[in-house]
Design a protein around this ligand. Structure first.
Ligand code: FES
Length: 129
């Protein structure tokens, strides 16, 4: 069962994926066990985390130096802080609370056993390698 906070967090991302959408699927048991799972597909890295506010999927690339350092980010309440220089981002909006810019949050769907992350078809210019 998901808490009200969790439901609130995930409601904005419950839409069904489009037919050409790419997805990454994470085991809900694995996420419960480790609290965070880092996965990658077709060059898209995804960090899936379980917080007291719900399950969130994001690109772990920090907009400060464009490294995937948020995979080791410090999660507190509804924020994640980069371990390198402390830029901090809202897990609700993606916006920087300390530093500047924003992180990319990905839509998630949660089934009884899986977390399904819908990947975007594009990448911001600064994310392209
Ligand atoms: S690389 Fe993330 S705050 Fe500097």
């Amino acid at each position: 069962m998901h808490s009200n906070r969790e439901s609130k967090l995930n409601n904005s991302s419950l839409s069904a994926p489009s037919s050409d959408a790419r997805t990454i699927t994470i085991s809900l048991d694995e996420l419960r066990q480790h609290q965070r799972v880092l996965a990658e597909r077709d060059g898209h890295a995804v960090l899936v985390i379980m917080t007291s506010y719900g399950i969130v999927a994001l690109d772990p690339t920090c907009p400060h130096q464009h490294t995937r350092s948020l995979g080791e980010g410090v999660i507190k309440d509804d924020t994640i802080a980069c371990p390198n220089h402390g830029w901090t981002f809202s897990l609700l909006t993606g916006k920087a609370l300390r530093g500047s810019g924003c992180i990319r949050l990905y839509p998630v769907r949660i089934t009884d056993t899986m977390v399904i992350v819908e990947l975007p078809n594009d990448q911001p210019r600064w994310m392209q390698y």
